[in-house]
Ligand binder design. Structure first.
Ligand SMILES: *[C@@H]1O[C@H](CO)[C@@H](O)[C@H](O)[C@H]1NC(C)=O
Ligand SMILES: *[C@@H]1O[C@H](CO)[C@@H](O)[C@H](O)[C@H]1NC(C)=O
Ligand SMILES: *[C@@H]1O[C@H](CO)[C@@H](O)[C@H](O)[C@H]1NC(C)=O
Ligand SMILES: *[C@@H]1O[C@H](CO)[C@@H](O)[C@H](O)[C@H]1NC(C)=O
Length: 435
C-alpha cells in the first residue's frame, strides 16, 4: 500500500486520515446497500417520465417491469411484478420519490425469481422493496445502481395503494392470446358461459389475434366485461410456445404466461373477491350448483382457511362431435361450437389430470399455472362430483374410438341461455364487421 514505507510524521498523519475516510466511505456504502430505505437526495422534484406500456425494458434488456403493487400484508413494501434474466440480474434498487417532503429514497430490492422457470433463462420475478416511512410513495423507479440521476429513469405508478371494496365477485384471467387467435365461436361461448356462471370481468393479456377477434373483443370491452392488457412480449424477448425450455435459443416459456397470471392476481386483488386462472378454451362447470357463487359459498364453508381451489381438467376432443346443436347460422363463424362436443376422454393410468384454480387473490403471493407457489391459506382439490373443467381442444388420446369416450352433457344444462346469448353477440359483432 501507499502508506507503507513513508517515514515523516506528516505523511503518517495523512495516511491515517485517508484510511479513516476510506473506512467512512465504505461504511456509507454498506449503509446504502441495506434494504432499509435511505435518503439520498433532498429538495428534489420527481421528473422521470411515467411509463405507460405494459412491459418496460430497463437498460440492458435483462430486466422488464410489468407493474409495481403496494403490498402491506407483511410489512409495507412495493412489489414489482417483472421478468428478469435469472443469472444476469443480481442487484436492483427502488428509487422512491416522496412528493410530500421532496426527498428521494433508495432501497435495495429483494429479487425473487419464481421457482417455476422450466429451464428458460428469463422468468417471472418479484422485485420487492421496503417503502420509506411517512411517504406513501405513488411512484417508483428501478435502477441497477444506488447512484445516478433519477430524472433519466422511467417512473411506474404503484397500484393498489388505496384499499377498495370489492366491485366484482369473479374475474377470469386469460393469460396469453397469441398466434393470430381466431377461435371466435368458442371464445364467445366461453365468455357467455363465464357470464352465466357469475363472472363480471375477464382480463385478457393479448399478444396477437385476428381482425374478427378484435371486433369481438371491442364488443366485450364496450359491454364492460373485458379488459385487454396489451402483451407485446415478443418485441422484447424470443418467446417459446412451449412451457418447457427446448434448448432452442428462446428466452421465456409460453408467451410469458406465468408473469401475466401473477400480474393479473395483483391487478385484481383489491377489486375482485375471486380470481379464476384458466385458458379461453376451459370452463369450470359446477355439477351440484347452478353457478360459481353458490358453489364457492359452499366450498368455502366446507374448507375454512382455504384460499386456493383446484379443479380437475378434462379433455373434450374437438374431433368428436354430436349432431345435436348443429346450429346452421353458426357454421360461418370461425371456431369450435362447444355444444357439439360432449364426449370426454377417460382418465389414464399414471397420468395426473392438470388443475386450474379459483383463488382468493388477497391470499396469494406467487402463482404458477396449475398451483400457487406461495399463499397465506391452504389449497384444496375440488372433487369431481362438485365440478370439472370442460376443456374442448385437440384430443390428447387421439386414437381412442368414440365408444371409449365418456358421454358427458353437463354443458347442455345451459343450452338455452347460452344459445340465446351467443346469438345476441353474433348479431351485433357480425353486423359491425360489415361496416
Ligand atoms: C434492447 O432491446 C431493444 C429492442 O427491443 C434494442 O433496440 C436495444 O438495442 C437493446 N439494448 C441492448 C443493450 O441490448
Ligand atoms: C399476428 O401474428 C401473425 C403471425 O403469427 C401475423 O401475420 C399478424 O400480422 C399478427 N397480427 C397483428 C395484429 O399483429
Ligand atoms: C352440421 O350441419 C351441416 C349442414 O347444415 C353439415 O354439413 C355438417 O356436417 C353438420 N355437422 C355435424 C358435426 O353434424
Ligand atoms: C336445453 O335446455 C332446456 C332447459 O333450458 C332443457 O329443457 C333441454 O332438455 C336442454 N336440451 C338438451 C338437449 O339437453
Amino acid at each position: 500500500m501507499l502508506c507503507a514505507g513513508k517515514k515523516s510524521y506528516f505523511a503518517a498523519a495523512v495516511c491515517i486520515m485517508t484510511v479513516t475516510s476510506m473506512l467512512a466511505v465504505s461504511y456509507l456504502k454498506l449503509q446504502r446497500l441495506s434494504h432499509q430505505p435511505k435518503v439520498i437526495q433532498e429538495g428534489r422534484r420527481c421528473r422521470g417520465k411515467i411509463a405507460i406500456s405494459t412491459i418496460t425494458a430497463l437498460e440492458g434488456n435483462k430486466t422488464f417491469i410489468i407493474s409495481p403493487y403496494f403490498d402491506d400484508r407483511e410489512s409495507k413494501v412495493t412489489r414489482l411484478i417483472g421478468i428478469v434474466h435469472h443469472e444476469d440480474v443480481k442487484q436492483l434498487y427502488c428509487w422512491f420519490c416522496c412528493q410530500a417532503n421532496g426527498k428521494i429514497y433508495v432501497s435495495k430490492a429483494k429479487i425473487d425469481v419464481h421457482s417455476d422457470r422450466f429451464g428458460f433463462p428469463y422468468g417471472a420475478a418479484d422485485i420487492v422493496c421496503l417503502e420509506p416511512k411517512n411517504c406513501d410513495p405513488t411512484h417508483v423507479s428501478i435502477h441497477q445502481s444506488p447512484h445516478g440521476n433519477i430524472d433519466q429513469l422511467p417512473r411506474f405508478e404503484i397500484k393498489n395503494r388505496k384499499p377498495e371494496t370489492f366491485s366484482v365477485d369473479f374475474t377470469v384471467c386469460i393469460s396469453a392470446m397469441f398466434g393470430n387467435y381466431n377461435n371466435v365461436l368458442q371464445f364467445i361461448q366461453s365468455m357467455e358461459m363465464y357470464k352465466i356462471l357469475g363472472v363480471q370481468k375477464v382480463v385478457i393479456y393479448k399478444n396477437n389475434c385476428s381482425h374478427l377477434m378484435e371486433k369481438v373483443l371491442k364488443f366485450y370491452i364496450e359491454e364492460g366485461t373485458v379488459e385487454v392488457i396489451p402483451w407485446p412480449i415478443n418485441s422484447h424477448l424470443r418467446v417459446s410456445s412451449k412451457w418447457r425450455f427446448m434448448q432452442d435459443g428462446t428466452h421465456i416459456g409460453y408467451y410469458g404466461q406465468i408473469t401475466a397470471l401473477n400480474d393479473c392476481i395483483y391487478r385484481n386483488m383489491e377489486r375482485s373477491k375471486f380470481v379464476v386462472l384458466n385458458d379461453a378454451d376451459e370452463i369450470i362447470l359446477p355439477l351440484k350448483h347452478p353457478d360459481w357463487k353458490t358453489m364457492m359459498n359452499s366450498l368455502r364453508e366446507q374448507n375454512p382457511g382455504t384460499s386456493v381451489f383446484l379443479f380437475e381438467n378434462h379433455i373434450f376432443p374437438e374431433t368428436v362431435s354430436s349432431r345435436t346443436f348443429n346450429i346452421s347460422s353458426w357454421n360461418t363463424v370461425p371456431g369450435v361450437n362447444i355444444l357439439q362436443h360432449v364426449y370426454r376422454e377417460p382418465d389414464r393410468k399414471d397420468v395426473i389430470n392438470p388443475r386450474k384454480m379459483i383463488v382468493d387473490p388477497r391470499k396469494v403471493i406467487q402463482t404458477s399455472v396449475h398451483s400457487v407457489l406461495r399463499a397465506y391459506g391452504k389449497s384444496v382439490y375440488v372433487p369431481m362430483d362438485v365440478a370439472l373443467i370442460y376443456h374442448c381442444r385437440k384430443a390428447l388420446q387421439g386414437n381412442l374410438p368414440r365408444e371409449s369416450l365418456i358421454r358427458d352433457t353437463t354443458l347442455w344444462k345451459y343450452n338455452s341461455s347460452l344459445i340465446m346469448n351467443v346469438n345476441k353477440v353474433l348479431s351485433q359483432t357480425m353486423l359491425q364487421t360489415k361496416n
